[in-house]
Design a protein around this ligand. Structure first.
Ligand code: ATP
Ligand code: MG
Length: 496
């Protein structure tokens, strides 16, 4: 039987660096195929070849047994291949409905865009994905996870028969993931084929029929999902097992909170209409406070309020006992609060070299003239080493790093310049198992230096592995606190 899509001996180099080596890859009709591998293994690169983004490569690609070579994403789409990118490609200034219908807007009999039909259609498609969002809302006002779902809606309903999803669940919480999976299974049952990239190995094992494992630009294994398990996958991905982190994911953890440590930041009865209400919390010195909730529980907007990005409309915040008015990010910064958002695109400079992206926080503090570029590079090099950023050179453009490695750069920036309070939104988004472990060590190191850390996430594993105390948010309110007690993923999920 001819496979739907087949790649033979595909290789790809960027300059002198080899990203893919002689890859053979087969996608069957009506299957969901998983792609796993560490950060930088080559997953996105291979998918971008299939989707017509990278046009120069070695080897060949065959669709329905016929050789194809796409000249552009449009070309690939015409052949029925659509992709949702890891780094969102939505047009941020446009509305949700316009993004869903990007390039295929319905027109009325005068040839003009039929806005009511577009809003209705978008509403219907979003409903099918269980997304409660106003089709008229501008994309850039939405949380990353919601933006991701809107893009998904666009590709899922574009009529493509091969749909590539690069990390579609990285900002979703378990119930939303299940909803998405139901949609994906339906797509498969209707005969479409899907490629699913994820660092959540349980998800891959749950949704995929077959899978392929990459390591360092090579394909190291493929299998039917039913025949393998998680330890096998990890072993193939990294060559050895990762015991410590695995345990923190499955067993119960004892939270060792510090009720006597001095309070650095105190929020009292913060409210923001439509987002959260009556939120009071304390961030203590040398403590990691986790805030967990499903997408849209208000926790991401709350995090923005602590930094001055999206001020609360009621309530008050004090830092070291003094009331502060966090009405802008520069005020937040002046008050000693740093923020790493869930969306890298919002804060990193893609075309600038890695070291510039890291040193920007020092430059803001001491001024550009005082810092010699050689010193900048040296500081950056130290951090790329502690964080195992790959490849290691600090002079390459940020955009040439894989998604997970870019996220590490976003984190490295704050290691150069300790704030009083560090707010991390989805700090391990898109990271592989080993990288997540690196982040755990880094956050612990920062905690030992006495700063207050807030970790906001929709992912239970992230708060469980990082936090000393956990607040659970639901529909904009804090509904539960876990402190000084044993907590497991099950208990956390049950509270949300
Ligand atoms: N545009 C580019 N220019 C130069 N190098 C690149 C470019 N895109 C990717 N690379 C390099 O190719 C390799 C594979 O990257 P790729 O993005 O495919 O990894 P990935 O498996 O998707 O990782 P992640 O899980 O972090 O997203 C990496 O070493 C990366 O730095
Ligand atoms: Mg990638």
């Amino acid at each position: 039987m001819t496979p739907l899509l087949e790649l033979r001996g595909v290789s790809k180099a960027f300059g002198g660096a080899i990203a893919l080596r002689e890859i053979d890859f087969v996608l069957g009709a009506g299957e969901i195929h998983g792609l796993v591998g560490e950060n930088g293994a080559g997953k996105s690169t291979l998918m971008k070849i299939i989707a017509g983004v990278h046009t120069a490569y070695g080897g060949s690609m065959h669709l329905d047994g016929r050789p194809v070579h796409f000249a552009s994403p449009r070309d690939a789409l015409a052949a029925g291949i659509g992709m949702v990118h890891q780094e969102l490609s939505a047009v941020r200034g446009l509305s949700v409905a316009e993004n869903v219908y990007l390039g295929v807007q319905p027109t009325n009999r005068f040839g003009l865009i039929d806005w009511p039909a577009m809003m209705r259609g978008a509403r219907g498609q979003l409903d099918r994905l269980g997304i409660d969002v106003d089709p008229a809302a501008k994309m850039d006002t939405l949380a990353l996870g919601v933006q991701q779902l809107v893009e998904l809606a666009r590709v899922l309903f574009s009529g493509a028969r091969i749909i590539i999803l690069d990390e579609p669940t990285s900002a979703l919480s378990p119930p939303e993931v299940q909803l998405l999976f139901a949609v994906l299974r339906r797509q498969r049952d209707e005969g479409r084929s899907l490629i699913f990239i994820s660092h959540f190995l349980d998800d891959v094992l749950d949704i995929c029929d077959g899978l392929t494992v990459f390591r360092n630009g090579s394909k190291v294994a493929d299998a039917r999902t039913a025949e393998v398990d998680k330890p096998w996958l990890i072993e193939k991905m990294i060559g050895h097992t990762h015991g410590e982190l695995e345990e923190s994911y499955t067993g119960a953890l004892f939270l060792d909170s510090k009720p006597d440590a001095p309070v650095i930041l105190r929020a009292e009865k913060l409210s923001l209409a439509g987002a959260y209400a009556d939120v009071s919390l304390e961030v203590r010195a040398g403590e990691v406070l986790g805030i967990y909730g499903y997408l849209g529980s208000g926790q991401l907007d709350l995090a923005r309020a602590l930094f001055g990005k999206l001020p609360a409309d009621r309530g008050r915040i004090t830092i070291d006992g003094r009331p502060v008015k966090l009405s802008s990010t520069s005020r937040g910064r002046a008050a000693g609060v740093a923020f790493v958002p869930e969306s890298r695109r919002a804060m990193l400079f893609a075309d600038a070299p890695v070291f510039k992206n890291i040193s920007i926080s020092i430059l803001r503090r001491i001024g550009r003239l005082l810092l010699h570029p050689a010193v900048e590079r040296r500081i950056a090099a130290r951090h790329t080493e502690t964080l195992h950023i790959r490849p290691p050179g600090v002079d390459r453009a940020l955009s040439s790093l894989s998604g997970g490695n870019q996220q590490k750069v976003a984190l490295a920036r704050w290691l150069t310049h300790l704030p009083r309070v560090l707010v991390l939104s989805e700090p391990t988004r898109g990271m592989d198992v080993g990288a997540k472990e690196d982040v755990v060590h880094i956050v612990r190191g920062l905690r030992e230096q006495g700063i207050g850390i807030v970790v906001v996430s929709t992912e239970p594993e992230t708060v469980l592995s990082l936090a000393d105390r956990i607040l659970v948010m639901k529909k904009g309110r804090i509904v539960r606190e876990f402190a000084g007690e044993a907590v497991s993923k099950d208990r956390l999920l049950a509270a949300a």
